[in-house]
Design a protein around this ligand. Structure first.
Ligand code: GDP
Ligand code: MG
Length: 439
């Protein structure tokens, strides 16, 4: 999926103006890249229609050119297709939490069980046990045993007897031994068949699981989504684990599964190591598919909660000469929210000059200044001249914050600089502002 889509998006972001041809070409590229990645064609159709609709109707975001605007739309649509940020495991508050895993053979089920177990133990401090109920291949039990030993989680196994009995006995054993969470490994085939399905239905009946997690190989395409759908119809999965995300992922499964089967993707598993397992974040996956970290970061910043009213207030304050330490503190917080000031200022027309000044202040300095301001009395914060007039106040504040008077003086300077810069800007005419913003 990635390379083609990424190339198309790259071309777009350079454009300051988009005509219909550009949009059409982009749509073609998006469609092709999705189909190439083996995304389900219905999903592709909806996807394209949604993008088109938004690309036409979108209000322009400050700081983004039209090309970047479209990238944002594609990104958001990718995110939407993969669903909401999923909730994790729903634990049973009074008793054992039982998790049943299902999935085709080779989809990464047993590996994912190991990772999930380690994850739950670490995140929830719960006592976890595995049940080896994949009884068609001796190697499967052996594999779970090996994983269990590796991460020090007990594996309940009874060899190759009927899976239903193993699950029954395993759950009894777990209750007797105070386990909090039991994860059941079940058999998969290379294809879904009736016998396997019946066994899974029986195991579900016996275990009454709190979660039924379906492993889906991310390296496969829409097939995986169709398989997920038929599992879901019979067993009502509560979530999917997308496995093998470390491989050459085309993205087809990730993009198809939610829309085709309705199963939310809950976890992402990506490698042989037992700790490469995390909650699934559609946002991250979308970014990864688009692979445009830089542009996406920019988009994010431009759309993030830059509180416009707040900014306006600040401007008015600065102009009226009542700008005080409380305002400066607020400004620091805003800047922090927006990320590094020098980066963000580059996006705002007329801020070229500020950009240079801000690039000399790093996060740590912001933090120190914050501490200093917090050591002031409310009266001092509101009226900076109190501090200007009294060396005793200056010493007290420095002492209280554990810093030097020289540090406080730097802060006083910063306040003055802010005032001056803003005043300068207010006095500039439009043309000057424009030439500044181009720097
Ligand atoms: P199961 O048959 O569904 O239980 O699948 P397994 O857990 O046995 O995994 C099948 C194969 O895929 C094994 O060779 C695993 O080592 C490999 N595998 C599983 N998960 C991952 C993963 O996240 N990344 C990679 N690269 N390989 C994986
Ligand atoms: Mg297995």
């Amino acid at each position: 999926l990635s390379s083609r889509l990424q190339m198309a998006m790259r071309r777009l972001t350079g454009k300051g103006y988009l005509n219909e041809n550009d949009i059409d070409e982009m749509m073609r590229e998006v469609r092709l890249s999705l189909l190439e990645a083996d995304v389900n064609f219905k999903v592709v159709k909806t996807f394209i229609a949604n993008i088109k609709e938004q690309a036409v109707g979108e209000k322009i975001l400050k700081g983004l050119n039209p090309g970047q605007q479209v990238v944002k739309i594609v990104h958001d649509e990718l995110k939407r297709v993969m669903g909401q940020d999923a909730e994790g495991i729903r634990y049973n508050i009074n008793g054992i939490t039982t998790i049943m895993t299902i999935g085709l053979q080779g989809s990464g089920k047993t590996t994912a069980i190991g990772k999930l177990g380690a994850y739950i133990r670490k995140a929830e401090k719960k006592k976890v046990m595995f049940i080896a109920a994949d009884v068609y291949r001796p190697a499967a039990i052996e594999q779970l045993n090996t994983i269990g030993k590796q991460i020090d989680i007990e594996v309940f196994e009874q060899g190759l007897i009927d899976a239903r009995d193993i699950v029954k006995n395993g759950l009894k054993y777990a209750r007797e031994n105070d386990y909090d969470v039991v994860i059941i490994d079940t058999a998969g085939r290379l294809h879904i068949d009736e016998k396997m399905m019946q066994e899974l239905i029986d195991v579900k009946q016996i275990a009454q699981p709190n979660e039924i997690l379906l492993t889906v190989d991310a390296m496969t395409g829409q097939d995986a989504a169709n398989i997920a759908k038929s599992f879901h119809e019979q067993l009502n999965a509560t979530g999917a684990i997308l496995t093998k995300l470390d491989g050459d992922t085309r993205g087809g499964a990730a993009l198809s599964i939610k829309e085709v089967s309705g199963i939310p993707i809950k976890f992402a598993s990506s490698g042989e190591k037992m700790d490469s397992f995390e909650m699934f974040h559609p946002e991250r996956m979308a970014s990864r598919i688009l692979g445009m970290g830089d542009v996406l970061t920019l988009i994010e910043k431009a759309t993030e909660s830059i509180d416009e009213d707040e900014a306006k207030n600040m401007m008015e304050k600065l102009m009226s000469n009542t700008f005080n330490y409380n305002d400066l503190l607020k400004q620091f917080k805003m800047i922090k929210k927006m990320g590094s000031m020098s980066k963000i200022l580059g996006f705002i027309p007329g801020m070229g000059q500020l950009k240079n000044a801000a690039s000399q202040v790093d996060d740590k300095q912001f933090e120190q200044m914050g501490v200093l301001i917090h050591s002031m009395t409310e009266a001092e914060r509101k009226d900076p001249t109190l501090i200007d007039k009294s060396s005793r106040r200056r010493e007290r504040i420095a002492k209280g914050s554990g810093m030097k008077v020289a540090d406080l003086n730097k802060l006083r300077q910063a306040l003055e600089t802010q005032k001056k810069m803003m005043k300068q800007m207010m006095n500039m005419d439009e043309r000057q502002l424009e030439s500044l913003s181009k720097n």
